[in-house]
Design a protein around this ligand. Structure first.
Ligand code: ADP
Length: 640
């Protein structure tokens, strides 16, 4: 068979260069990566054999063998799993399909030489390529189960690799590393030493559910040594961590399992265990990662919970087990009473699975809640990484809405750096304040400068500043926390203060109302094309006017979002509020009373300008900007 030579894709080449120059301080992990791939290959074969009776494959003795040879300085990791076809080898081993990897490489380049670079590297698993940390040549011989021919792949990691079709190869994959000469005499990196192999497998791969065996090397040079029995020694306990009692398992062991499942090399932020007994028995071992993956908000993001049935791996990315807003949770759920043949469709409809889903979601939320009170710093990390995705649950998970609000944090006028929880907000509420106030907007600065905030600032009433796009949506449902409704400061009437203050304000308003009744009626009529009402405001202290939405109306930002999604929704008219303390407003009132209808055009234009100024102040877009400019220039000219 001819040997073909291929070039590595650019990203793959960069990654390999990094491996060759050993960017990881701990080289031992290459073995963990190879064993992890081998274990996945065995899982895949067992599943495929289960689903396809006609598959011509031997599944009677699935295992992983590690062989070393001191003479040739080689180490081989061999599995009799699913294997790869010729095309799969080219595709899976020669390129990096994962878009997250490309992004990682870019970030790494930018951070080169800084301490940030080390942090980045630590978070990133590179699987098979990590072999090049310890090897100057790697050969992979593989045959896909059910196929007759095999494929041999060889590379020294320097830009090209060769591929050759071979007639006879055992089912599965064998990866052979020719170890770098400098490592062999170095006790720490002596990867042909049984002692070293035993130690690494025990440390990183003990939980692997397949036997990981070491095949003893033939004794050096001794005649006839090959005839001596060479019984392989099983190195791992194969005990599923979730089935062992809690105090038997160390944090390190949990973390290794996490790495195996998540391909994330940094330790998880939190480990969660759940044991359900009774009619539907299951065990769950879940992890909250310590950082959000790059593609969390991309379409097709794979959720990280694996389903096992009685210790047998069934599927990755089991969406029936976790709601979408908890898609960052990784882990394993092992159910006792499901069929090994269970499909995704069946899972979606299964009542027991739905109950399990609910219980797992609640468990994750309660864990975050505990973290919030016991370990505020850890919680802060959680919120920074996953807050935005968690808030999606406020829209979709009605049952847990209050629980999600309870573990959420928000930027606040109370503190310019630290976000607040709703519990803390409620504790700071003023006498007579019934609602939790918020304002949504593009940025903290835009919100803080909005005219709607004036009276709140003057009275020292705290306002939450919501700037995530998702915030516009969930607040529409007007959720409550601890019996207090969340209210926008840009909607409806504002009333806060003690009973006495409220009474006082009402009396004052009544007096003002009579004084301004003429102007308000006239303006409401004149501006009826744009607003539904003109009224006096109790939320302004310095601005002449602002525009607010009616209590239950959809905000302009949300209207825009709906339109961007292609929905045809009618323009909702809002309310123009005037500040009677402002001399422009009181002057307009006087002018209207004196000249009334006689000076129609001039007063009308001023009324329009007042509206447009209010719109600009909240960052809105004018309906007719050129008319605004003309009217404004005209008035400025008169001041010269
Ligand atoms: P990862 O395991 O993170 O996907 P790797 O570079 O380690 O990345 O492997 C790339 C792909 O190559 C794997 O996803 C798998 O499909 C395939 N692969 C690697 N090792 C084996 C193996 N021993 N048997 C079968 N397929 C394998």
């Amino acid at each position: 068979m001819p040997t073909e030579t291929f070039e590595f894709q650019v990203e793959a080449r960069q990654l390999l260069q990094m491996m060759i120059h050993s960017i990881y301080s701990n080289k031992d992990v290459f073995l963990r990566e190879l064993v992890s791939n081998a274990s996945d290959a065995l899982d895949k074969l067992r599943l495929e054999a289960l689903r396809d009776d006609s598959l011509d494959a031997d599944v009677s003795d699935l295992h992983i063998d590690i062989e070393t040879d001191r003479q040739t300085r080689t180490l081989t990791v061999r599995d009799n799993g699913i294997g790869m076809s010729h095309d799969e080898v080219v595709q899976l081993i020669g390129t990096i399909a994962n878009s997250g990897t490309a992004k990682f490489l870019r970030e790494l380049k930018e951070a080169e030489g800084t301490t940030a670079a080390e942090g980045l590297i630590g978070q990133f698993g590179v699987g098979f390529y990590s072999s090049f940390m310890v090897a100057d040549e790697v050969t992979l011989l593989t045959r896909r189960a059910g196929e007759s021919q095999g494929t041999r792949w060889t590379s020294s990691g320097e830009g090209t690799y060769t591929i050759e079709t071979v007639d006879s190869a055992p089912q599965g994959t064998a990866v052979t590393l020719r170890l770098k000469p400098e490592d062999v005499d170095d006790q720490l990196h002596d990867y042909v030493s049984p002692w070293k192999i035993r130690e690494i497998v025990k440390r990183y791969s003990d939980f692997i559910t397949w036997p990981v065996r070491m095949v003893p090397e033939a004794a050096d040079g001794a005649e006839g040594a090959d005839d001596a029995p060479r019984e392989p020694e099983t190195l791992n306990s194969m005990k599923a961590l979730w089935a062992r009692s809690r105090d038997e398992v160390t944090d390190d062991e949990y973390h290794e399992l996490y790495k195996h499942i998540s391909h994330d090399w940094s330790a998880p932020l939190e480990t969660i265990r759940l044991q359900a007994e009774g009619t539907f028995e299951y065990q769950a071992l879940l992890f909250i990662p310590s950082h959000a993956p790059q593609d969390l908000f991309m379409q097709g993001y794979q959720r990280g919970v694996q389903l096992y049935v009685k210790r047998v791996f069934i599927m990755d990315d089991c969406e029936a087990l976790m709601p979408p807003y908890l898609r960052f949770v990784k882990g394993v759920v092992d159910a006792q009473d499901l069929s090994l043949n269970v499909s995704r469709e069946i899972l979606q409809q299964d009542r027991q699975i739905q109950l399990m889903h609910r219980r797992l979601a609640k468990k994750v939320l309660s864990t975050v809640k505990d973290m919030m009170s016991a370990e505020p710093e850890r919680y802060a990390t959680f919120w920074r990484e996953f807050g935005r995705v968690l808030k999606e649950g406020l829209l979709s998970d009605f049952e847990n809405r209050e629980a999600i609000l309870g573990v959420s944090s928000f930027a606040t006028t109370h503190d310019k750096d630290e976000p607040t929880t709703l519990r803390q907000y409620v504790e700071r509420m003023k006498d007579g304040q019934e609602h939790i106030f918020y304002l949504t907007g593009e940025s903290r600065q835009a919100i803080e400068n909005s005219p709607h905030m004036e009276a709140f600032r003057a009275k020292g009433v705290e306002v939450l500043l919501l700037t995530d796009p998702v915030d516009e949506v969930w607040v529409e449902a007007e959720p409550a926390f601890d019996g207090k409704q969340l209210r926008s400061v840009a909607k409806g009437e504002v009333d806060f203060g003690t009973e006495e203050e409220k009474k006082e304000a009402a009396t004052e308003r009544e007096g003002r109302q009579q004084e301004y009744a003429g102007l308000l009626g006239w303006m409401t009529e004149r501006l009826s094309g744009t607003v539904k009402e003109v009224r006096l405001s109790s939320r302004l202290t310095v601005s002449p006017a602002c525009i607010v939405s009616d209590t239950h109306d959809v905000t302009p930002a949300l209207q825009n979002m709906y339109r961007a999604m292609g929905q045809d929704i009618p323009q909702v008219k809002r309310i123009l509020e005037l500040n009677p303390e402002h001399s422009l407003v009181s002057g307009l009132n006087r002018a209207h009373a004196e000249r009334g209808e006689e000076d129609g055009a001039g007063l009308q234009e001023t009324a329009e300008l007042l509206h447009d100024l209010a719109l600009l102040a909240e960052g809105g877009e004018l309906g007719d900007p050129s008319r605004f400019v003309r009217l404004m220039a005209d008035r400025l000219e008169r001041t010269l």
